[in-house]
Write a protein that binds this ligand. Structure first.
Ligand SMILES: Cc1cc2nc3c(=O)[nH]c(=O)nc-3n(C[C@H](O)[C@H](O)[C@H](O)COP(=O)(O)O)c2cc1C
Length: 180
């Protein structure tokens, strides 16, 4: 069973991005397992962690990353960039040098905002890091979901349009994983 780790850029209880991540997980095909990897307990990264005993939360997070064969980042945009908690998680997973847990693992990025631009800025700032981390990343479809606060019907079901896009991202990610 191949594991796909999902990392949500928002720590907010009622986060739209977290809800979106759960919708995405429900689309995982046979032979795969999706898991949310939490980032809220991570301390702010400090290089001293890797010149001694790193905090337990860092050890546990890195272990979880090792168990995943691919990652999906589902994130809002903060001030036209990646929320600091998500950037911190990326930094924690990238160290110590030569032991990055991200290296060569396929990834997809879904960004969402109540605003019109669908967190495009965060999506592309995140892509910049993933290039450096050597992660083959789904290029198409691009997933910038604007108006995300309107994406669920009154009964809690996600709109068909949004679900179709999530399905296309899932299909592209699986294809990318299978190519490795
Ligand atoms: C510090 C901060 C900065 C924000 N900056 C942006 C931004 O640059 N672009 C944007 O579309 N929304 C921005 N927002 C609004 C978020 O898109 C909105 O709060 C969204 O619901 C957060 O995602 P979540 O529902 O998954 O928590 C910002 C919100 C916060 C708290």
């Amino acid at each position: 069973m191949k594991k796909i780790g999902l990392i949500v850029g928002s720590l907010r209880r009622e986060s739209y991005n977290r809800k979106l991540a759960l919708e995405f997980m429900a689309l995982v095909p046979d032979g795969y397992q999706a898991e949310l990897i939490e980032i809220s307990d991570l301390p702010v990264y400090n290089e001293d962690f890797d010149h001694g005993d790193p905090p337990q939360a860092v050890v546990d997070f890195r272990q979880k990353l090792s168990e995943s064969e691919a990652f999906v980042f589902v994130t809002p945009e903060y001030n036209r960039s990646v929320p600091s908690g998500l950037k911190n998680a990326i930094d924690v997973g990238s160290r110590p040098p030569g032991e990055s847990k991200w290296s060569q693992k396929p990834a997809a990025i879904i960004s969402a905002s109540p605003g019109a631009y669908g967190a495009f800025g965060a999506n592309h700032h995140l892509r910049q890091s993933l290039v450096f981390l050597d992660m083959p990343t789904v290029q198409q479809p691009e997933a910038y979901l604007g108006g995300i606060d309107q994406a669920w019907e009154d009964d809690g079901t996600i709109s068909q349009r949004t679900k179709k896009l999530l399905q296309k991202v899932m299909d592209a990610l699986i294809q990318l994983i299978e190519k490795q």
